[in-house]
Design a protein around this ligand. Structure first.
Ligand code: M6R
Length: 374
């Protein structure tokens, strides 16, 4: 363990340092696993020892169940979309706390993926033990090397993002999403459910995410300015669709101290729209993807009720700019990789709002870094 990783390195808070650490963390996470050859993309490939060792078992999995809590559960929701799309396998995502007491149906052919930054979360550990008793293969996606969860799993992939000190999880989330992407790509390749062109292109794009993330971080001064306008709001709504729906929930979780809710955008009409007025900031994840037009129409509904809109958009977007009060641009990437970039402005927004409010950023009240009790 490098001692510099335990200092704030000139930043005011660990949370801010960890947000800025993310490009390097993702390079570390992909190092020795992702090989991208720009001159000859047909050489692009992924090597995961867990997949080599348990190849048949993973390929023949009837059903994949992801168990996790909090931020790790949000990463799991993105993982479900990636694995279902690239591997054509049915994936369920469960809160570990519900799973452990819910008498879940688990077959010996199933694979249970446990996601945990600390590797010490009591509910996730208990969920693993239950699944193990029923004969499932337990696959860990963990940061804490040698942690209880790492020891309890049959195999897995460390995220290797270094120790996360701030209670609000940031670099662990992007590390978890990166590992889930690597897993979905490698498994999809083995299963033959992912065509060559998509496989090569995804690898190339994934290798470029750290540089693109640097570009998002350069926008921090703009986000800092915007955050001041939002400091005194009582409620926030975060709306996104597809892969950006779990990002909306994660952005809201980062802001929980001042009350924020994350929703799939289309659910707004089924309740949350009643909250919308001129005092309600609404954060839209409105990047270019297949549901872009739909999110624009959700945005218009909010605008007609005078809601104040902050939208995360793809660089060069013109359509959203006409509707939103403020926009934050992120570089263009493939739809499946958008969460790795779209979550960064939301982390920064939560950070600056908490600083403006004079809150304890690294140790929000009533929270502990590892929840080792029920
Ligand atoms: O260590 P874990 O990933 O198992 O922790 C699970 C949650 O307690 C954790 O993700 C929590 O939601 C975050 N610290 C919130 O930012």
């Amino acid at each position: 363990l490098d001692i510099s990783k335990l200092s704030k390195g000139g930043f005011d808070h660990f949370m801010l340092k960890e947000i800025y650490d993310q490009p390097q963390c993702l390079k570390d996470c992909m190092s020795g696993r992702l090989f991208a050859d720009k001159d000859n993309p047909s050489n692009n490939h992924i090597v995961l020892s867990a997949l080599t060792d348990y190849k048949d078992r993973l390929m023949s999995a009837k059903h994949i169940i992801i168990v996790a809590c909090g931020t790790s559960w949000h990463a799991g929701l993105i993982g479900k979309q990636l694995i279902e799309k690239m591997c054509r396998k049915r994936v369920e995502v469960a809160y570990a706390s519900e799973f452990r007491y819910g008498d879940p149906v688990i077959e010996p052919e199933d694979v249970v993926i446990a996601i945990s930054q600390s590797g010490e979360t009591a509910d996730t550990l208990a969920a693993i033990k239950l699944a193990k008793e029923k004969g499932a293969l337990i696959f860990g996606i963990v940061n804490g090397v040698g942690s209880s969860i790492a020891r309890e799993t049959d195999t897995g992939i460390y995220i290797h993002v270094g120790p996360e000190i701030g209670v609000a999880s940031t670099k662990a989330f992007t590390g978890q999403v990166t590992v889930l992407t690597l897993l979905a790509l490698a498994l999809g390749r083995e299963l033959g459910t992912l065509n060559n062109a998509d496989y090569y292109q995804m690898i190339e794009e994934l290798s470029e995410i750290p540089q693109k993330m640097e570009k998002v971080l350069e926008k921090a001064p703009i986000i800092k300015d915007i955050s001041r306008m939002f400091t005194y709001a009582h409620n926030f709504l975060y709306l996104g669709r597809g892969v950006n729906y779990p990002v909306a929930m994660e952005g809201a979780l980062k802001l929980k101290e001042i009350s924020a809710e994350g929703y799939p955008a289309a659910e707004m009409k089924h309740g949350p729209i009643a909250l919308v007025d001129q005092d309600m900031p609404i954060v839209f994840l409105a990047t270019h993807h297949q549901l872009y037009e739909k999110i624009i129409s959700n945005m218009q509904e909010v605008k007609s009720r005078n809601g104040r809109i902050l939208a995360v958009v793809t660089e060069g977007d013109q359509q959203v700019k006409k509707i939103a009060d403020n926009v934050l641009e992120i570089p263009r990437t493939l739809n499946a990789l958008v969460p790795l970039l779209s979550v960064v402005p939301l982390q920064l927004l939560a950070y600056y709002v908490a600083v403006d409010k004079g809150l304890d950023v690294d140790m929000p009240r009533n929270l502990a870094k590892s929840v080792t009790v029920e």
